[in-house]
Design a protein around this ligand. Structure first.
Ligand SMILES: *[C@@H]1O[C@H](CO)[C@@H](O)[C@H](O)[C@H]1NC(C)=O
Ligand SMILES: *[C@@H]1O[C@H](CO)[C@@H](O)[C@H](O)[C@H]1NC(C)=O
Ligand SMILES: *[C@@H]1O[C@H](CO)[C@@H](O)[C@H](O)[C@H]1NC(C)=O
Length: 279
C-alpha cells in the first residue's frame, strides 16, 4: 500500500502540471456554436496535462470527471476530478485505465488488464473475471460493449462470456457509441458509419472531414470531433453539422447539464454557455 502510494505521488505530480483550485473562467466569447441560435461560451479550464487523454467519462451522480493519464510507465492511471470541490485525485487499484465510460451509477475502465467497474457512491471497485483482455474503447448500454486491442473488433460481455456483435464481426472499429434509439455509430480509418438497431446493414455516412473522436451527449445525440471542430449527427443520418469551431479536440464527454467537456493536447476544458446579458 505504502509503495503504491509513493508511486502515485511520484508519477502524478510531474504529469499533471496543475489543476486549478479556483475556477478559472476564460471570460472571452471565444466559441460560437454554428447552429441557428448562435451562443457564446466560456472555456473553463479543469486541468492541464503533459500527455492529454483522448477518453473522458462523466459521472452525474457524483459530479465527477474521469480521465486516464499516461503514468510514464506505459500504463494509464485513472484521474478523478470533482467539479464541485475542484479536487483532482487518482483512483487507486486500476492497473491500466486507457478506455473509460459511465452509465447511471457506475464508471468502467478498460486497458491491458481487462475491465474494471467502479461505483463512485459505494467506492467499490471490481475487475471483471475475464483474462487476456486488452481494451481499446468501452461503452455501456445495458451491457458492456468494447473494442479489443489490437484487433479493433467489437465485442460485448454477457453471462461471464465475451461475444462478438454479429453484424460488425468483420469490421475494424476505432470508436463507437449508441444513440438514444440504440443505433450504433462508429468511426474507423475509412470514415463514419451507422448501424440501425435491429438491422444488419452498415450504412456509410461520411468520410469528409476525417473524424477522430465520437461521444454521445446525455440526450443521446452523437457528437464527433475533427481537426476543425465538433459536429453533431442530426436525426436524418446524412445530416452532420458543425456546432463548435474548436481546433485539436482529442476526446469528449458531457456533464450533467449537457455541457461539452473536451481534451486538447494540453488541457481539459468545459464549455459553458453565456446568456446574452453576460456578453
Ligand atoms: C465475416 O467473415 C467470415 C469469414 O470470412 C464470413 O464467413 C462471415 O460471413 C462474415 N460476417 C459478416 C457479418 O460479414
Ligand atoms: C433495439 O432492439 C432491441 C432488440 O430487438 C429491442 O429490444 C430494443 O427495444 C430496441 N431499442 C430501441 C431503442 O428501439
Ligand atoms: C470501416 O468499416 C467499413 C464498414 O464495415 C469497412 O468497409 C472498412 O473497410 C473499414 N475501414 C477500415 C480502415 O478498416
Amino acid at each position: 500500500m505504502s509503495i503504491y502510494k509513493l508511486y502515485v505521488v511520484l508519477v502524478f505530480y510531474p504529469v499533471l502540471v496543475y489543476s486549478k483550485e479556483v475556477v478559472n473562467l476564460n471570460k472571452i466569447c471565444d466559441i460560437l456554436s454554428e447552429n441557428s441560435n448562435r451562443r457564446c461560451y466560456i472555456k473553463e479550464n479543469l486541468a492541464s496535462l503533459v500527455h492529454s487523454p483522448n477518453q473522458l467519462a462523466f459521472s452525474s451522480v457524483t459530479n465527477t470527471l474521469y480521465f486516464g493519464f499516461d503514468s510514464g510507465q506505459g500504463e494509464y492511471l485513472p484521474a478523478v476530478y470533482n467539479i464541485d470541490t475542484k479536487k483532482l485525485t487518482v483512483l487507486r487499484g486500476v492497473k491500466d485505465a486507457f478506455a473509460m465510460a459511465s452509465d447511471t451509477n457506475e464508471v468502467y475502465f478498460g486497458g491491458s488488464y481487462g475491465i474494471y467497474r467502479y461505483s463512485p457512491i459505494l467506492k467499490s471497485l471490481k475487475r471483471l473475471g475475464v483474462s487476456n483482455l486488452d481494451i481499446w474503447w468501452i461503452q455501456v448500454k445495458s451491457k458492456i460493449y468494447f473494442i479489443k486491442f489490437p484487433s479493433l473488433r467489437l465485442y460485448y460481455y454477457e453471462n461471464r462470456k465475451i461475444k462478438p456483435v454479429p453484424q460488425l464481426r468483420n469490421t475494424t472499429i476505432n470508436q463507437f457509441v449508441f444513440d438514444s434509439d440504440d443505433n450504433i455509430f462508429f468511426i474507423n480509418g475509412t470514415g463514419l458509419f451507422g448501424v440501425k438497431n435491429d438491422s444488419t446493414d452498415i450504412i456509410f455516412i461520411k468520410n469528409n472531414p476525417r473524424f477522430h473522436c465520437i461521444a454521445v451527449d446525455i440526450s443521446g445525440h452523437v457528437h464527433l470531433c475533427s481537426d476543425d471542430g465538433v459536429y453533431v449527427i442530426g436525426k436524418m443520418l446524412q445530416k452532420v453539422k458543425k456546432i463548435y469551431n474548436i481546433n485539436g479536440v482529442l476526446g469528449m464527454t458531457f456533464d450533467k447539464d449537457n455541457n461539452l467537456i473536451y481534451s486538447d493536447s494540453h488541457d481539459i476544458i468545459r464549455l459553458r454557455p453565456l446568456s446574452s446579458h453576460e456578453y
